[in-house]
Design a protein around this ligand. Sequence first.
Ligand SMILES: NC(=O)c1ccc[n+]([C@@H]2O[C@H](COP(=O)([O-])OP(=O)(O)OC[C@H]3O[C@@H](n4cnc5c(N)ncnc54)[C@H](O)[C@@H]3O)[C@@H](O)[C@H]2O)c1
Length: 402
Amino acid sequence: MGAPLKVLLLENIHQVAEDQLRDEGFDVTRIDASLKEDELVQRLAGVQLLGIRSKTQITPRVLEAGKDLLAVGAFCIGTNQIALEPAMKRGISVFNAPFSNTRSVAELVIAEIVMLSRQLGDRVREMHQGKWRKLATGSHEVRGKTLGVVGYGHIGSQVGILAEFFGMRVIYYDVATKLPLGNCSPVASLELLLQQSDFVTLHVPETPQTKGMFGQAQIRRMKLGAYLLNNARGTVVDIDALAAALKDGHLGGAAVDVYPEEPVANSSEGFKTPLQGLGNVILTPHIGGSTLEAQEAIGREVATSLTRFARSGATTGTVNFPIVELPLTPGTFRLVNVHHNVPGVLRDVNKLVSDQSANIHAQMLSTNSDIGYLIMDLDNNVTEAVVEAMRKLPTTIVARAI
Ligand SMILES: NC(=O)c1ccc[n+]([C@@H]2O[C@H](COP(=O)([O-])OP(=O)(O)OC[C@H]3O[C@@H](n4cnc5c(N)ncnc54)[C@H](O)[C@@H]3O)[C@@H](O)[C@H]2O)c1
């Protein structure tokens, strides 16, 4: 057994991830801040697995310095901070945690549905100001109301299930065909969803198609007095059109967690949105996924992906690599190879194996337009010799015995 893999964790990643990686026998160094490019470049010598969150920028220069880097774990959802394509071309696989905070978002949506239908935000604020306003006007039960979910993915589908426990009728609109969970049902168009829904909750990703997809026309097609919830991405909704529809009473309220432009750091003043000061409008600072449970789940999910990649070569959960996963077979010896996707690589690799008089027990290859990723199990323990020979092939980017 060789030296333990060297792991560097930055940005105060959840303790559960550090524990999991140490338990695996890796040599883990932890730094609780993010590092600037110059410092990171110096710290990367010998590091094979790097864990970051959203602040550390993984630039082409950082990747160049990370000569031993095999994988980067983004202990968050977004991966914009990482130069994904240059990483892929260097044979560095990047993992993130796309699902770990989805339940947290769904729970916030459920809370907001009840808050909006009882004007809870306004009543709470008034009480803090010393105003006693006991009203039933404009307050409703959510039971029996229709919830329209736009984007029935990981979050939207959980919102639907939870809302049914409140006795809501749930419909959804999605561009893809999705299995309806519980008793909810799909509708054929956004138009149909808007006509029927008392609450509309958005759960689409940020794409060129969803940018501004909720503009004046869509907002005005919502039922009179309906509520709009946006916990997806700030660019999806035309925020001025939303403010206008709230001011003139077309909508009964809104809950907004995401904005077209968001501050990069916490501050005690200076944030501005046209929605401020409007009645029955819940504004939150992009906290949908921000719970301790989500942080822990992210820690587990990414640490697991990194461990599986290191121990078996599996790239399930990668965001920039061909996906290959091959179950480990006892008594066989594994190696992995990342190569330029050109004709003849498999032929050359297989020849190196037969040159060592070894037999291939299993082999799995997947490619994208730039690279190929191969996992191979041999019957004889000659992986080091084969890897040495592979490294001399002009097509090889990374070769590693596991
Ligand atoms: N507020 C927060 O803190 C927070 C936290 C996590 C995720 N999010 C955001 O929530 C959103 C949903 O996340 P998810 O994990 O459920 O994503 P997901 O990819 O699982 O689901 C998105 C769904 O939207 C559908 N879709 C895509 N384009 C569409 C369109 N034009 N019209 C209708 N449906 C469309 C997809 O087919 C998919 O089913 C994302 O924008 C994500 O960034 C916000």
